[in-house]
Each structure stands twice: as structure tokens, then as C-alpha cells.
Design a protein around this ligand. Sequence first.
Ligand SMILES: NC(=O)c1ccc[n+]([C@@H]2O[C@H](COP(=O)([O-])OP(=O)(O)OC[C@H]3O[C@@H](n4cnc5c(N)ncnc54)[C@H](OP(=O)(O)O)[C@@H]3O)[C@@H](O)[C@H]2O)c1
Length: 285
Amino acid sequence: MNEGDTMMGEVFGRVVESKDPNTKVGDLGLARPGWVTHAVVPGSSILKVPALPEGVPQSLALGTLGMPGLTAYFGILEVCEIKPTDTVYVNAAAGAVGSVVGQIAKLKGCRVIGAAGTEEKVKYLKSELGFDEAYNYKTVTPDKLKDELKKIAPDGIDVFFENVGGEASSVIYSHMNKDGRVAICGAISNYNSPGNSKPKEQPPPPHPPALGRVGQWEVPVIRIQGFLVTNFYAKRDPALKEMAGWVKEGKLKYREHVHKGFESMYDAFMALFTGKNTGKVVINI
Ligand SMILES: NC(=O)c1ccc[n+]([C@@H]2O[C@H](COP(=O)([O-])OP(=O)(O)OC[C@H]3O[C@@H](n4cnc5c(N)ncnc54)[C@H](OP(=O)(O)O)[C@@H]3O)[C@@H](O)[C@H]2O)c1
């Protein structure tokens, strides 16, 4: 983005005026006009939201039943191709994407480990979301992580859902099993670093121990794949339907971190980088 651009962001809104025959005043939908209170957009760019289960706030269309939820769904099911025997590790685990990743993995029978930045979030992951293990990465720092993983993931990690990046991730790679899968979803620890437009040279992750032999060559046999949720949007409707069913049945829990007023936009956004949120950050303007 350039200075002066409208900050990007997804909006769940209501049509107040329309010249498009297919879009009626009062229609609800998602659009991406950025941080604005009102916008003129083509009717065709408004994404209709499937009916949400009764009693569920409509803002969930921005979170668990929206882009972050779909990121978790496609990332864990299609990119990581989880199996019930997998041990799954996810970081930023109490956030909008991570909390759904862990719950879907649990629904599919996996053992789930999460990392988050406060004791309260660790408790939330274990007691409310059903994670098998969780730890506070601010106290279990990368130098201590290896020993911690021996305790909480004694059989190694099969699936790594990467939201954060940085030093701790190298330790996770070194604890992965043969045939492991890594979904590179994001790298939030780097987004707000000064000068991140020019990425800092980072030491390469240690060579993963999960190796297979091909002739004289040793090759890692974990699969590492980056992905964008929008690549899977052709399957958006059935995915949302399935997740809405889970929400209705109480199998997929959610929290929202709601801020009030357009003026709170900047503080709400910056709080993502200090972990003040649990679940999706929503601004109710
Ligand atoms: N690939 C895609 O299509 C796609 C789509 C959506 C989102 N994403 C990515 O998914 C990730 C999660 O996004 P989200 O919207 O769900 O955000 P979120 O998890 O709701 O909020 C971000 C969380 O990241 C944690 N965090 C911030 N700085 C950190 C640091 N330096 N080290 C470790 N943890 C840190 C904080 O939790 P703690 O208190 O635990 O630190 C914070 O609450 C992001 O990387 C985002 O870019 C990717």
C-alpha cells in the first residue's frame, strides 16, 4: 500500500441505495472497500452471505463463518489433508484463524497443540476449545521449546499450521515427523517489524530430521505449502454450510473481540500485533 491509500479491510454491510437491478436496498453482504463508513461498489462485487444459524451474530460472517474460518477450513482440510492419527500444531491459536484450525482438527480426531501469548488464552484453548495441549510462547521461549515439545508432543508433530513465523517455527520444523505437512498461512510476527518491506536475513531453519533416502541423496519428506484462502472460494458455499452446522451444534465455538465506533479502527488493528484480541477482531461502526 502507498501513503494516502484507503486501508484495506473486509466489511459486512447493508445496501442503502442501489442502481443495480440484482441488488436491493436492505440486502446484506460482504465487500472490500477498505476502512470506510459508506462506499459505492458494483453490485456484482458484493458477496452474499448464506443464512447464519439462529442466535448467531451476523458479524460471524467476518470471522468464524467468513474469511478467517474458511482459511482454517481449507488450510487444515485441503492443504494439510489431516488424518485422525495426526498431531497438529497451530500458533496464534486463540485468534480468528487458529481457534478454528484447532477445533476442526479436534472434530476430525487429531491430537491438537496450540501456542498463544497469555495464560488466559492457554486456558481458553484447553478448557473451552478442547485443545489437548497449549502453552504460552512468551514463557516457553524458543530456547525452551524443544524440551516442552518432548513433553507435549512426545510422538512428534505431523501437521504444522503456521500463522506466525520467526524463531519458534524452526524448532517446530525440527520436531516434525516424516510425511509431515506444513501449511504456511501467515507470518504475523514479521508484518509489523520496522523495515519489513525489506525482509531481515533470517537463518535458515535447521534441517528437518524427517528424511527419506533417494539413492545417495537425502531429501526432506515433509510437504510445505503456502496458500491463499481465495484460491478455494469456488468451494466457499458448501464449506460455510458445513461450518454453520458445526456452530449450530455447538461443535465450533467462537469469540469475537468487538470494538465500537469507526474511530477505534486503528487501535483495533494494531492490537492484533500485541495479541489483545481473542478470536476475530470486529469493529462495529
Ligand atoms: N493465507 C490466507 O489466505 C490467510 C487468510 C487470513 C489470515 N491469514 C493469516 O493468518 C494469521 C492469523 O490471522 P488472524 O486474522 O486469525 O489473526 P488473529 O490470530 O486473530 O490475531 C493475530 C494474533 O497473532 C498473535 N501474534 C501477534 N504478534 C505475534 C508475534 N510476534 N508472535 C506470535 N504471535 C503473535 C496474537 O496472539 P497472541 O496473544 O497469541 O500472541 C494475535 O492475537 C495471520 O498471519 C494472517 O495473516 C492468512
